[in-house]
Write a protein that binds this ligand. Structure first.
Ligand code: SAM
Ligand code: DTB
Ligand code: SF4
Length: 386
């Protein structure tokens, strides 16, 4: 299949305007030609440096420009982060994404710590992702050297709507960091948010910008605004779930091989709406009770959804993005035992059943441990020289 990077706005708008059933059929057809239709990548987020950010992104509870319940906190230690990464792996997550509320990265001890976090996450056999704000070429190179799989840097909305949402940086600043990430050989994770007062034209224009990047971003997060008290967007109405379904479908058609990530806003979505998003081509979610500062469905709820919908957690490095594949080959190798632990945690033919104490347990023909196994059961880490 040829990947296109020359979509016009009219073409994107025409797709977006299709009757939903037609749009879903087209998106499913593209999805099945490029991905295992029953696999979903599970990614866990952790805010390693929360709050106090200099930027004024109107949606963000971590901006120091707004009075929200999120306060500036100290940076987490490498050990604290790796302990969370181990827990994420034990519940079946295969990508661990570390976020910092920074405008841009400053060289020094905090960045050095992030590099150690990235190395440690890779040594656990997980894909490592970071989102730290704007980067220089040298910082992107150092992150690649530490083994970073992907870097998240969203364009958030259309170029035209951008200055209504953020005044402290430009749309082109954002694209420049994305280009630096590509140059460093790190997979790009780039998407946006709907529900910020933008028009359908803005949404289509945002998707057009993403689809005309070359290469396409390896992953495309589609967020629904979580309106947070104290931010300028606190009064925004929640988006209609079907609008999210449309966004996932159009993203899937425009960027056939990218992972489309159903991101913020999932807590407000019914199971049925989420399944429609998966039918539309979304094949990745954030997994774990918290996004960065706001809530996300709890793990048991997500495990039930996956089981009831017959969906399987995806193995690490299963994405068709060649850059993701390449990062498997470079950077720190998983410590002994780490890959086996990750593989056991995502054992795909394991069935989840309710145990008498309410925990989900594995009932697997191969006797493997499945997602949802208690952390303790997974923690046979003696093989790992950690
Ligand atoms: N400071 C870095 C940056 O801006 O790239 C990293 C963290 S930032 C919180 C990552 C992304 O989270 C933003 O680009 C935005 O798309 C998303 N986000 C933040 N607050 C959100 C909210 N209230 N609702 C939905 N998405 C949000
Ligand atoms: C993305 O596009 N969404 C995630 C991740 N990339 C970093 C973040 C969502 C944050 C939602 C608001 C919060 O929890 O603070
Ligand atoms: Fe800062 Fe990122 Fe939040 Fe913007 S989205 S205020 S850059 S943490």
């Amino acid at each position: 299949m040829t990947l296109r990077h020359d979509w016009s706005l009219d073409e994107v708008r025409a797709l977006h305007a299709l009757p939903l059933t037609d749009l879903l059929l087209r998106a499913q057809t593209v999805h099945r030609a490029n991905h295992a239709p029953d696999s979903v990548q599970l990614c866990t987020l952790l805010s390693v440096k929360t709050g106090g950010c200099q930027e004024d992104c109107a949606y963000c509870p971590q901006s120091s420009h707004y009075d929200t319940s999120v306060n500036a906190e100290r940076m987490l230690s490498v050990d604290e982060v790796l302990s969370k990464a181990r827990q994420a792996r034990a519940t079946g997550s295969t990508r661990f994404c570390m976020g910092a509320a920074w405008r841009d990265v400053k060289d020094g001890p905090a960045f050095d710590n992030v590099l150690d976090m990235v190395k440690g996450v890779r040594e656990l056999g997980l894909e490592a992702c970071a989102t730290l704000g704007m980067l220089t070429d040298d910082q992107a190179k150092r992150l690649a050297g530490a083994g970073l799989t992907a870097y998240n840097h969203n364009i958030d909305t259309s170029r035209e709507h951008y200055d209504q949402i953020i005044s402290t940086r430009t749309f082109d600043d954002r694209l420049q960091t994305v280009a630096r990430v590509v140059k460093a050989g790190i997979s790009v994770c780039c998407g946006g948010i709907i529900g910020m007062g933008e028009s359908v034209r803005d949404r289509c224009e945002m998707l057009r910008t993403l689809a005309n990047l070359s290469p396409h971003p390896g992953s495309v997060p589609i967020n629904a605004l979580v309106p947070v008290e104290g931010t300028p967007l606190e009064e925004q109405k929640r988006v209609d779930p079907l609008e999210l379904v449309r966004m996932c479908a159009v993203a899937r058609i425009l960027m056939p091989q990218s992972m489309v990530r159903l991101s913020a806003g999932r807590q407000e979505l019914s199971r049925e709406a989420q399944v429609l998003c998966f039918m539309a081509g979304a094949n990745s979610i954030f997994y774990g009770e918290k996004l960065l500062t706001t809530g996300n469905p709890d793990v048991l709820e997500d495990q039930r959804l996956m089981t009831d919908a017959g969906l399987k957690p995806m193995a690490p490095y299963a994405s068709p993005d060649p850059t993701v594949q390449a990062t498997k080959e470079r950077g720190p190798k998983p410590k002994m035992g780490a890959v086996a632990l990750a593989a056991r945690a995502i054992s795909s033919d394991a069935l989840m059943t309710d145990s008498p104490n309410g925990d989900l347990v594995a009932d697997s023909p191969k006797g493997e441990v499945a997602i949802g196994a208690p952390v303790e059961a997974m923690a046979t880490e003696s093989a790992e020289a950690e």
